[in-house]
Design a binder for this molecule. Structure first.
Ligand SMILES: *Cc1c(COP(=O)(O)O)cnc(C)c1O
Length: 222
């Protein structure tokens, strides 16, 4: 199937209220352009310099999401324009994003990445650590950041029950945070970014409202 056909098909399959982030990492601007021409506007990248290069090469109405691990010294590449940073995994990164957003006269939307998988290599907050951080009100001091929700990556496994357990756990954490810490805030805590090509259907059953799909649109990465 062509990129256009994949985008159209996903558009038909995703329920209203679920946002599709087309993960274009490793694909050159011409390929991203095909998805753009099919109507897709939100794109996800995992490397700041690559994201910046595609921002420069493509039309201004593309909306760029940072989805991969972000080093503090690289925030500057994307701070002027990034729409949402999914992968905020430390207090230091929050401080840097806040500062770079202020320098650019912006307020940047972010998600907290929570570690839910079995693998050791994945980044993100431990759920208990993040709960303590929020309970203590640490997040309230940032004037140039809007906290919009949570992001997670389930284990890479064929065991769908394990994936479901991990995703249900994140869904519950999201509901708890929304109820206990973010109710009545001016900024809506309304985004749960969960689900990729292999597991987005399970993610939707577990409360996800933002899916990040790469190979399911662009084909397998080389
Ligand atoms: C690459 C990537 C995706 C997309 O993965 P696919 O399996 O190609 O859909 C989603 N989220 C993150 C954080 C990624 O790095």
């Amino acid at each position: 199937m062509s990129i256009r056909e994949q985008i159209v098909q996903l558009g038909e399959q995703l329920p209203t209220g679920v946002t599709l982030v087309a993960v274009s990492k490793t694909y050159p601007p011409e390929v991203v352009r095909e998805a753009y021409d099919a109507g897709q506007r939100i794109f996800g990248e995992n490397r700041p310099q690559e994201l910046r290069a595609k921002f420069d090469a493509l039309p201004g109405d593309l909306r760029w999401h940072m989805i991969g691990h972000l080093q503090t010294n690289k925030v500057k590449y994307i701070a002027p324009f990034v729409e949402l940073i999914h992968s905020v995994d430390s207090p230091r990164l929050l401080e840097t994003i806040d500062r770079e957003a202020r320098k650019n006269g912006r307020v940047i939307d972010i998600l907290f990445e929570v570690f839910i998988a079995q693998e050791e290599s994945k980044s993100g907050w431990d759920a208990a650590e993040l709960t303590d951080y929020i309970k203590a009100g640490n997040h309230l001091k940032f004037e140039n950041i809007r906290i919009r929700g949570l992001m997670g990556i389930a284990s890479l496994t064929d065991d769908t029950e394990q994936i479901r357990r991990e995703m249900l756990g994140l869904g519950e954490l999201f509901d708890t945070f929304r109820r206990e810490f973010f109710a009545g805030h001016a900024t809506p805590f309304d985004t749960l970014s969960m689900g990729m090509t292999s597991d987005w259907r399970i993610a939707l059953e577990c409360g996800s409202n933002m899916v990040r799909i790469g190979s399911g649109i662009f084909g397998t990465r080389g």
